[in-house]
Every structure is written in structure tokens, then in C-alpha cells.
Design a binder for this molecule. Structure first.
Ligand SMILES: [Mg+2]
Length: 284
């Protein structure tokens, strides 16, 4: 999940001011935490709270997204989602926006098989994004994260996406000049996956995703969530990103990483720490 948060923060200042190059400073004071991180953390909490009984996951997903969403109303939510946030007994609204895929990573880390990951994904997605394209986008990203964290090679992950979702028939370089803002799953999930496939390491995945333009923070969040599972995240990027999290959000991240540990990259010390251990080291 930290990979999605890093992508969100790094891409945040380019969402409305695209930067069509991989050359930029990753974190500046103009960066911020946006809806991608807030809703990933909300769903992380829902996944944690239903560890012993997944029947309640959909209702907890609604509760936790409404709670955190209302706590951070200026995080950049879409118009329909804002309406959903305000409802007392909200119904899904056939969304096919990329919100389903940007926030899905907790499901991909909590499931212990691909089947379970897809089941958890459907449970947390259908409460808002019950359009087939909204469901499919979330499933594609979740499946890619799960396969990456299970040690599958890029070719195997690409084959899975080709067979079960869509073949990716473009390169980022080909697409970049003409690509514009598209917040649908269909118009941004394949692009985020391609950015990951073309990347040489975690940071390059974030840079490649941002360089495409469009919905930069969300494309980088999706690419980052898969890249985290595949490469691990440099500890330094984790340390710099958590400065953007307040106490409440940090508590959720810590709890999630303690329960469903992911690995950071080897840090020069010779040992490969978990993200949780890196967070503890920086006094969280
Ligand atoms: Mg955003």
C-alpha cells in the first residue's frame, strides 16, 4: 500500500499541471496526500476490522470510506463520490472511474490466494464502482499486485493481464504525446500497468507513470502499488513520504503493515526490512 501512497504524493502536483518527462523532483512542498491515499487507508482499516469475518467487509468499506472521506473532504474526490460520502445509506452508483483501482491495494495484500484477493477486491469495489469496467479495473490492479508479491515475473503478470483483462498494445513513449486526462478505468489502468511493466525499479515506475501525463497522481498510485509488490520500496522514499501523513493516517498504515507485512528494499545494511520495520525505525 505504501507504493500507492508514494505515487499519489509524487504525482499530486502534476494532476492539473502535467509534466511529460521523467525528470522532476519526487517530493516538494507543493506535494500533498490526496484521495488515492485517503481511500486506500480507509479500505486498509476496513480490511483490518473484518479480519475474522469477511461478511462484513462491504459494510465496513462503506463506513470507513465515509468516515475518512468526511474527515478529509478536500482530498480531491470526484463529484459523484462526494455525493455518495454525504448519503446516510449510500448505494453504488455504477462508477467506472479509476477510483476503484487507485484504492484497491489493501485487498491485494490481505488475500492469501489470487481467488481471495479477487473476492476481497469485489467486496470493497462493488459498494461504489459496480459498473463492469469499474470492477475490472480494480481487479486488474489487485491481481497484478498479488502476482508481483507472489514472485511472478513481469512476463507472467503481463500474460495474466492479457488473458483475463486486455492486452497492452502500446508503449508509454508512443502514447505520451497524445495522452490527456482520462479518469476512467479503461483510460488509465492499462496505462498505469504499462508504466510498471516498462520500469527499471520502483522509483522509475513512479517517474514513468507521471511522465505520461493525465491523472498523474492516480496513475502513479496504481503503478506504484504494483511496483512496490514487485521491487520493494527504497526505505528513503518511505521515510520522506510518511511526513505527509498525520497521526490518524499513520496509525492505520502502521497497523496494516504490522498485520500484512510488505518488504522494503535492502537498505545498504545488508538486511531487507519490512515496511513496518522501516516505519518503526523512523520513530512512528
Ligand atoms: Mg488523487
Amino acid at each position: 500500500m505504501i507504493g500507492a501512497i508514494i505515487g499519489d504524493v509524487a504525482g499530486s502536483r502534476f494532476e492539473w499541471d502535467n509534466h511529460k518527462s521523467k525528470n522532476f523532483e519526487l517530493f516538494t512542498p507543493a506535494c500533498s496526500l490526496t484521495d488515492d491515499s485517503i481511500l486506500s487507508l480507509a479500505l486498509a482499516r476496513a480490511v483490518l476490522e473484518t479480519k475474522d469475518n469477511r461478511d462484513d467487509l462491504p459494510s465496513r468499506a462503506v463506513f470507513c470510506m465515509q468516515k475518512l472521506g468526511r474527515q478529509y473532504p478536500d482530498a480531491g474526490f470526484g463529484e459523484l463520490f462526494i455525493r455518495w460520502l454525504g448519503e446516510e445509506d449510500p448505494s453504488p452508483y455504477q462508477s467506472y472511474g479509476n477510483g476503484s483501482a487507485m484504492r484497491v491495494s489493501p485487498a491485494a495484500w490481505a488475500g492469501s490466494s489470487l481467488e481471495e484477493v479477487l473476492r476481497l477486491t469485489d467486496q470493497i469495489t462493488a459498494v461504489t464502482h459496480d459498473h463492469p469496467e469499474g470492477m475490472k479495473g480494480a481487479e486488474a490492479v489487485a491481481a497484478a499486485i498479488y502476482l508481483a508479491r507472489s514472485g511472478k515475473k513481469k512476463e507472467e503478470i503481463r500474460d495474466y493481464i492479457t488473458v483475463h483483462y486486455d492486452p497492452l498494445l502500446f508503449t508509454i513513449d508512443e502514447l505520451r504525446p497524445s495522452y490527456t486526462f482520462d479518469a476512467t478505468c479503461r483510460g488509465s489502468v492499462p496505462e498505469a500497468l504499462e508504466a510498471f511493466f516498462e520500469s527499471s525499479d520502483f522509483e522509475d515506475a513512479i517517474r514513468t507513470a507521471v511522465s505520461l501525463g493525465g491523472d498523474s497522481d492516480t496513475i502513479a498510485a496504481m503503478a506504484g502499488s504494483v511496483a512496490e509488490a514487485y521491487y520493494g520500496v527504497p526505505a528513503d522514499l518511505i521515510r520522506r513520504t510518511v511526513l505527509f501523513l498525520d497521526h490518524d493516517l499513520m496509525a492505520i498504515l502502521l497497523d496494516f503493515e504490522r498485520t500484512y507485512p510488505s518488504k522494503a528494499m535492502e537498505d545498504g545494511s545488508g538486511e531487507r526490512l519490512t515496511v513496518y520495520e522501516v516505519l518503526r525505525q523512523c520513530g512512528m
